[in-house]
Design a protein around this ligand. Structure first.
Ligand SMILES: [Zn+2]
Length: 373
């Protein structure tokens, strides 16, 4: 259970602060790259790395970029696409010796690609055929992760979010959960403020929505309450300059984002965000949810919208609009269809009778509001 605050100084001695059972061994570290390499050399023989290209200019990551067995992924372009997964899988299948661990270094996108590559290595079909829930899949090489941004706990979740030819949807399978996460909050020191801010915003949205969910497990809701308090505290600060103590708190909130999403379910602004994401391939997920929350004041009446506006003001972040990502009125019917399909999320917020409230008009009215700004 999380009690109080975490500083960078005491991060290494932090005790498990989540209630939900997670599949991942977490090593808290103040020398993340050193600890990762030490643990890999002790426990694996042939690790293969998937590294976010954005880290290349940062000297801290030079030892990773110097490795031979790696794939450098440009995560700034979009979430990992199913054909990115197929490409890395084909590359690895051509090698004589399969890796015994796939190591993801980067933010959520790099970690999701790592998870998907691991499981697809052990299963015959292309990645797009595994997007969804409850499929029988063999386990691949162990997944290890070194997160370089704090967000919604990709470092512990059994989900690999992918953008496919038809839809943005995860491979949801316990076999994609990382076996090991080495977490060093200082690794986000070189991230742009925009990325640090919006990944924490998504953390806030996840926790906020799970605390409003009627279908989430009690432990998940408790983890989200803790995470929500921390995310609020972090986002109430100006994040222009990197601060190690705030980064430590963000790392704590991110793991809670992952643990709470194992038994918990997000709600309305996430449902709306999926329509936006499908309409615009380059719209980052966290920005899509922010745009949605800004239009969901009528649904969340206890401060979700007001907090979002406040955090943006404190951080001098302009309100993002759908228009700047190429989303217009003509997209509304398609977005409405996508969002209406997110039944579990509507159920999470409105309960069994969600259809009494949520219909085509309800959803398209929200999108009309979104495209009008
Ligand atoms: Zn999210």
């Amino acid at each position: 259970m999380y009690d109080g605050t975490t500083s960078y100084e005491n991060f290494n001695s932090a005790r498990p602060w989540w209630r939900t059972n997670i599949f991942t061994e977490i090593v808290t570290s103040r020398d993340g790259i050193g600890d990762l390499r030490r643990l890999l050399s002790e426990r694996t023989a042939r690790p293969f790395f998937i590294v976010d290209e954005i880290l290349k200019p940062q000297t801290a990551f030079a030892p990773i970029f110097a490795l031979d067995r790696k794939f450098v992924f440009d995560a700034s372009y979009s979430e990992p696409r199913t054909h990115d997964v197929d490409r890395v899988v084909a590359l690895l299948k051509n090698e004589r010796d399969m890796p015994d661990a796939i190591v993801g270094v980067g933010g959520g996108a790099a970690m999701d690609l790592t998870k998907a590559v691991s499981i697809c290595l052990a299963n015959p079909r292309p990645a797009a055929e595994y997007q969804g829930y409850g499929m029988d899949m063999e386990r691949g090489p162990d997944v290890w992760v070194l997160p370089t941004l704090a967000g919604t706990g990709a470092e512990v979740t059994p989900i690999a979010v992918l953008r496919g030819p038809e839809k943005k949807l995860g491979i949801n399978n316990n076999n994609v959960a990382p076996k090991m996460a080495v977490i060093d909050p200082a690794l986000s020191a070189g991230a742009k403020k925009f990325n640090r801010f919006f990944s924490m915003m998504d953390c806030f949205f996840h926790h906020y929505e799970i605390t409003h969910s009627g279908t989430s497990a009690p432990d998940a809701v408790l983890d989200s309450r803790d995470g929500l308090n921390i995310a609020r505290r972090v986002l109430s600060c100006d994040l222009s300059e990197f601060d190690a103590d705030r980064a430590a708190e963000s790392a704590v909130a991110s793991v809670l984002g992952g643990s709470s999403s194992i038994g918990g379910r997000v709600g309305v602004s996430h449902a709306i965000s999926y329509g936006l994401s499908n309409a615009s391939p380059h719209l980052p997920h966290s920005v899509a949810v922010a745009i949605s929350m800004l239009a969901c004041g009528g649904v969340y009446r206890d401060g979700g919208l007001e907090d979002t506006v406040k955090f943006m003001e404190i951080n001098g972040i302009e309100r993002p609009t759908a228009r700047e990502y190429g989303i217009f009125e003509s997209h509304i019917p398609g977005m409405t269809r996508t969002a209406l399909g997110m039944e579990k999320l509507w159920l999470s917020h409105f309960g069994e009778n969600w259809r009494d409230t949520v219909n085509e008009k309800f959803v398209s009215d929200i999108y009309k509001k979104i495209v009008s700004v």
